[in-house]
Every structure is written in structure tokens, then in C-alpha cells.
Write a protein that binds this ligand. Structure first.
Ligand code: ZN
Length: 84
């Protein structure tokens, strides 16, 4: 049995940290995505982190698309943080 880190079958919090950007960008391969989702199923802090990254990304996207003024963006980010 190969226990090298490359082949481990569970994600830890540090892995979530490492992959969260790729996850929200939908860039993870099937295996990593599965492990990622498995971890956030039971790890609340990581789940929150992912939730935040998703919302953050959403705001950034809106900002680019609708050219929101900085104060509106700031407001939105603030409300996201408040709801975590
Ligand atoms: Zn975690």
C-alpha cells in the first residue's frame, strides 16, 4: 500500500486551503473534487471558508461585469462577512 502524500485518500484542512481557489473555479479533477467535498461535509470551518470564497468570487465577478463602484463592493463584502 502506497502512503505517499500524493496518494492519500483524505483531504485535511491544509489541503482545502490549498485547493479552495481551484475548487471555486471548478478547476479540480474529479478525484480531488470528491475529496474536497468529502472534507467540507464534516468540517465546518472549511465549509465556511469555501462559502466565503464562492461569495467573494461572485462579488468580484459582479464588480467586473457591472463595474460596481468600490463602495458598493465594499458594502457587499461586508455583508458577506457578517453572514458567516
Ligand atoms: Zn477542514
Amino acid at each position: 500500500m502506497n502512503l505517499s502524500p500524493k496518494n492519500k485518500k483524505h483531504f485535511e484542512c491544509s489541503d482545502i486551503e490549498k485547493y479552495v481557489q481551484q475548487y471555486v473555479d471548478n478547476m479540480l479533477d474529479e478525484e480531488k473534487k470528491r475529496l474536497f467535498e468529502e472534507h467540507i461535509e464534516y468540517c465546518l470551518p472549511c465549509d465556511k471558508k469555501v462559502e466565503f470564497e464562492k461569495k467573494f468570487k461572485e462579488v468580484v465577478r459582479l464588480k467586473v461585469k457591472e463595474e460596481l463602484p468600490p463602495e458598493v463592493v465594499h458594502q457587499k463584502l461586508k455583508s458577506i462577512l457578517k453572514n458567516l
